[in-house]
Write a protein that binds this ligand. Structure first.
Ligand code: ZN
Length: 243
């Protein structure tokens, strides 16, 4: 099976998505998956939704997608997020919302399980600590599980002998040799690890590796579009800071 790119948390940032997909293609990778939060925060939800519907071979809904579609209450979101979701639902129109209506926050197969947030709570749970990662790995049957939602790239390994081990995300491909693995590719459209570049991952099943990749994009153009759309200015400011 050829390598696949895993993208998550695009959040209506078409500048970041287009740059990542150009990078994906330049690496000769032809298949990509998306772990959800296609929309919300950014100024181009129609574009990012259309790109995901047209290109991703496995596609999840995240909490922001479900919020825009009215499938989770808007009162569950922070003020800026709720403002952006209301704006996004308006921008998507009936056809966009109908497309979001059909997506689920998880897609589990025998080899690679995908959840927007976590196996226990595919919509909302943030996996940030080793304890949370270990719990998620115990709950997932698949040898390899991808989650998004935190906007923080992470690679965790769980073995019977050594317990949970975090791996560096900036040191090239990691060999998936023993035990079970949990990988967060980070966020394409709103990274929060103090690195403004778009974050995503490559899984090569033949080589049995996973790698977190960073792709620079035109942050200023994405910020300008957010301000011009009248979205909360903090949503533009944070893109340059990567948080
Ligand atoms: Zn998100």
């Amino acid at each position: 099976m050829p390598a696949v790119a895993i993208l998550s948390d695009i959040h209506g940032n078409a500048h970041a998505l287009d740059a990542v997909l150009a990078d994906v293609a330049a690496r000769g990778i032809t298949e990509w998956w998306c772990l959800g939060d296609i929309v919300g925060y950014g100024a181009f939800p129609r574009d990012t939704l259309a790109t995901c519907l047209g290109g991703a071979t496995r596609l999840l809904a995240g909490n922001h997608d479900l919020g825009a579609a009215g499938r989770v209450p808007i009162t569950d979101f922070s003020d800026d997020a709720a403002t952006a979701i209301t704006w996004t639902a308006d921008a998507l129109g009936d056809d966009g919302l109908a497309a979001l209506e059909r997506l689920m926050p998880m897609d589990v197969d025998a080899d690679v399980a995908l959840y927007h947030a976590s196996p226990r709570d595919p919509v909302w749970e943030y996996i940030l600590t080793p304890r949370q990662a270990e719990h998620a790995l115990v709950q997932s049957e698949a040898p390899l599980t991808f989650v998004g939602h935190t906007h923080m790239p992470a690679v965790w390994q769980l073995t019977g002998a050594d317990g949970l081990r975090p791996w560096p995300v900036d040191a090239g491909p990691v060999a998936l040799d023993r035990g079970r693995w949990l990988v967060n590719p980070g966020s394409v459209g709103q990274p929060r690890d103090h690195d403004a570049r778009a974050s995503w991952a490559v899984h090569d099943p033949d080589a049995a590796t996973v790698e977190v990749v960073r792709t620079p994009y035109d942050v200023q153009a994405a910020q300008h579009a957010i301000r011009r759309a009248g979205l909360p200015p903090g949503l533009a400011d944070r893109l340059a800071l990567g948080r």
